[in-house]
Ligand binder design. Structure first.
Ligand SMILES: Cc1ncc(COP(=O)(O)O)c(C=O)c1O
Ligand SMILES: N[C@H](C=O)CCC(=O)O
Length: 424
């Protein structure tokens, strides 16, 4: 598969944009080679400028749960666009989308829209600090919550892939306010709560981790997280990746979580930049203009993003069978990958929840960040390029989740397994 036009663009981009990309994970640093310049998508497939077609498991890193260019989503965006792009004023679609969020997350009494997951988590933490009057926060090793200072401490995703999990430019004094614990270490968490619980404003966590590859929470870990509330600590479920993906009510619904605040993004915007944070009225009433915690955004609640998000959520809400489809196709893909890798004698562990999946190239179990790092990244590179050259676009790092959309089905699973056989 040749990509001369993508290669020329990437070379030129490097002269104008750091690393040639607008977000580091796109640069293929973990796997080498040139990223395809994607210019068109339809359903489960994307096309690059060179005319190559790929089966897409990146799906813009999660938002496109209905696949690319869903006709009803595009139609709604077009219709709203005709009236203008943005007003910087309240818009009826914000009200409609807020109601949808509340229907999906019964614990959310008030919700504020922002434009990225980073803004959502950053704002939720500011709110938690403003509400509790405490400074410390807790996060987990290998979890990624966007690139706000204080959250870029032992972070997952691109930060982990590029080996800079604790970013330069984050003042040490600031990083010291972030306590980093092991994901799935319930006893470690309990111990910290006993010692410092009364200084901690909030615990932020990925309910199913996607940013160290997929890690599934243990029951005891989820229990320990909820015990934090006995110390007056706010629990923030970062559902930017899992929200509306694992179920309509995300991981909160799937695992029966009771967070004080939830952060959302990705699927919420249906492919345009929308994100949100929300929770109990008493906490959310501290946000300006009701309360003293300031947070604002020129394009927050942008009508186009509200329209694509609303159209996406309406489709998901109207047909619960879509989640059953994602689960069935996910299970089929998982079983097929396992069968091929086992038959070829490749050591592996597959972690999957619904439509999020990672193949780690190590014996399992893989429940923690340390276990995830045991994956054979050299083997992953060959897996990735073996698939890419056969027209299957897998996330270009082992520390990411592959996503399915409702447009993925039996045919796509078969195509993937065939590509894997060829690659191996
Ligand atoms: C769990 C989680 N939280 C927060 C973010 C940050 O979102 P964004 O990239 O929209 O800033 C991401 C993804 O980037 C994420 O996966
Ligand atoms: N893992 C990240 C978000 O979920 C990938 C997106 C990015 O950093 O560009």
């Amino acid at each position: 598969m040749e990509r001369p036009i993508s290669e020329a663009y990437f070379q030129e981009a490097g002269r104008h944009i750091p690393g040639g990309v607008s977000s580091p994970v796109r640069a293929f640093k973990a796997v080498g080679g040139t990223p395809p310049y994607l210019v068109r998508g339809e359903g489960a497939y994307v096309w690059d400028v060179d005319g190559n077609r790929y089966l897409d498991y990146v799906l813009s890193w999660g938002p496109l749960i209905l696949g690319h260019a869903h006709p009803r989503v595009l139609a709604r965006v077009r219709e709203v666009m005709e009236g203008g792009l943005t007003f910087g004023a309240p818009h009826p679609l914000e009200v409609a989308l807020a109601k949808k969020v509340k229907a999906a997350y019964p614990g959310v009494e008030l919700v504020r829209f922002v434009s990225s997951g980073t803004e959502a988590t950053m704002s939720a933490l500011r709110l938690a600090r403003g509400y509790t009057g405490r400074d410390l926060i807790v996060k987990f090793r290998g979890n990624y919550h966007g690139h706000a200072d204080g959250l870029l401490v032992e972070a997952g995703s691109g930060a982990l892939t590029l080996g800079v999990p604790s970013s330069a430019g984050v003042p040490e004094a600031y990083a010291r306010l972030t306590l980093v614990l092991e994901y799935n270490d319930a006893e470690g968490l309990r111990e910290v709560l006993r010692r410092r619980g009364e200084e901690i404003a909030a615990i932020i966590f990925e309910p199913v981790v996607g940013n160290a590859g997929v890690l599934v929470p243990t029951e005891d870990f989820l229990k320990a997280l909820h015990e934090a509330r006995e110390f007056g600590v706010l629990l923030i479920a970062d559902e930017v990746m899992t929200g509306f993906r694992l179920a309509f009510g995300g991981a909160t619904e799937l695992f029966g979580l009771k967070p004080d605040l939830v952060t959302l993004g990705k699927v919420l915007g249906g492919g345009l930049p929308a994100a949100a944070y929300g929770g109990r009225r008493e906490v959310m009433e501290r946000v300006a203009p009701l309360g003293p915690v300031y947070q604002a955004g020129t394009l927050s609640g942008n009508p186009l993003a509200m329209a694509s998000g609303l159209a996406t959520l309406e489709i998901l809400e109207a047909d619960p069978g879509l989640y059953a489809h994602l689960e069935a196709v996910g299970a089929r893909l998982e079983a097929g990958l396992r069968e091929v890798l086992t038959r070829k004698g490749v050591p592996h562990t597959i972690n999957r929840v619904g439509s999020m999946l990672t193949v780690f190239f190590t014996e399992g179990p893989v429940r923690t960040f340390a276990e995830a790092r045991r994956t054979d990244t050299e083997l992953f590179k060959r897996f990735f390029h073996g698939l890419l050259s056969r027209g299957v676009y897998w996330p270009p790092s082992n520390f990411e989740a592959a996503f399915l959309s409702t447009a993925h089905g039996e045919e796509e699973v078969a195509r993937t397994l065939e590509a894997l056989e060829g690659a191996l």
